[in-house]
Design a binder for this molecule. Structure first.
Ligand SMILES: NC(=O)c1ccc[n+]([C@@H]2O[C@H](COP(=O)([O-])OP(=O)(O)OC[C@H]3O[C@@H](n4cnc5c(N)ncnc54)[C@H](O)[C@@H]3O)[C@@H](O)[C@H]2O)c1
Length: 331
């Protein structure tokens, strides 16, 4: 992977949500780069945290099973860190509607505690926050750039929006070096495939590997862009390594776009078996669906020198092969 990186041997890095999908893949890369990595994760069963995610680096990272909603553990853990990758989050859009207060506590209130801890105990830390394309809501135009209005369609989107703007305010007012990346559908090894809480791609992988048909909601014509997790890891590291990225909100995305139907067909072809079904949208999903989405990520390209490099086919093959070998740890 070609990444702009200022990570050196011994760079002290904290990852919130570090046992989750993106956090653990980031940890693997950072350990390879020689960083001294601490992971915070609550391992709440309904989220994507999984100790197996860090199996290969278990002895090379410090793991702290704690909750970002606990300001005291955050204050303690944030001291002396050079970089904080702030990835802990409640990711399920449907759960945010059935249990809005938990989403508020994790995706908004706890983010304030993290920033307060930086302000009071480590104002020199660089902080990169993982936000989401969900906050744009139903696109008014495509591709969606950062100037697009923010009109979240669910509670998760509102709280993630608050979370990212807290990061911007702490930059503007207190000079904390924060950067926000708005992620699109990210997938790859170590994602949660147990259910559809992370992305629909997770449950599609599980169903394919277990011999069940992929269920596509609607007619499958919806367009998406996807990022392979290694490309997102590269963007996170580049954001932490680029002075010009602090105080900025940047979209990630890909210039290749696919309909859900074509995505399903590509997954089936890559595995060499499987089937799909078109099914009616469940009502709770239909109400918060955003329709077609793909991002304009030219600002991230210009500022970070970042562009996704993994073709979808390669990404799908690597992901299926990982879960084929590790299925029992993820179901
Ligand atoms: N995967 C995607 O497609 C995607 C898209 C947009 C944004 N994001 C954002 O990226 C970040 C990482 O997402 P992911 O896909 O790796 O999901 P994930 O669920 O695998 O990782 C999130 C991690 O945060 C942990 N966590 C949740 N609540 C916590 C708490 N209160 N205290 C400590 N840890 C807690 C979970 O246990 C989990 O390990 C999230 O903030 C998410 O909103 C992801």
């Amino acid at each position: 992977m070609q990444t702009r990186s200022t990570i050196r041997q011994g760079t002290k890095v904290l990852i919130t949500g570090g046992l989750g999908f993106i956090g653990s893949n980031l940890a693997l890369t950072l350990v390879n780069l020689g960083a001294e990595v601490t992971l915070i994760d609550s391992l709440l069963p309904q989220y994507g945290g999984n100790l197996w995610n860090v199996e290969g680096i278990r002895n090379h990272v410090a793991i702290n099973i704690s909750d970002v909603r606990d300001p005291f553990s955050i204050q303690h853990l944030i001291k002396n860190q050079e970089i904080v990758f702030n990835l802990a989050g409640q990711t399920s859009h449907v759960d945010s509607m059935t249990d809005p207060y938990t989403d508020l506590d994790i995706n908004a209130k706890a983010q304030l505690s993290i920033l307060e801890a930086c302000k009071n105990y480590n104002p020199a830390a660089k902080v990169v926050f993982a936000s989401t394309r969900q906050i744009y809501g139903r696109p008014h135009y495509l591709p969606v750039d950062e100037k697009h209005p923010l009109q979240p369609v669910d509670v998760n989107g509102v709280n993630k929006m608050a979370g990212e703007w807290y990061h911007m305010v702490y930059h503007q007012v207190y000079g904390i070096r924060t950067s926000v990346l708005r992620l699109t559908n990210t997938f790859g090894p170590r994602m949660r495939i147990k259910d559809a809480r992370q992305t629909f791609l997770g449950i599609w992988v599980r169903r394919l590997l277990e011999g069940d048909p992929i269920q596509i909601f609607g007619d499958g014509s919806q367009i998406r862009d996807y990022n392979y997790v290694d490309d997102v890891v590269a963007a996170l590291i580049a954001a932490a390594s680029t002075e010009g990225a602090f105080g900025k909100i940047l979209n990630l995305g890909d210039s290749q776009r696919y309909s859900l139907l074509d995505t399903a067909k590509l997954m089936i072809e890559s595995l060499g078996r499987g089937a799909y079904q078109l099914v009616e949208f469940p009502p709770d999903r239909k109400k918060i669906d955003i329709g077609d989405y793909y991002a304009d990520f030219s600002m991230a390209s210009e500022l970070l020198g970042w562009t996704p490099v993994t073709p979808l086919k390669t990404a799908v093959e690597t992901t299926l092969s990982f879960f084929n070998s590790n299925l029992k740890h993820y179901c």
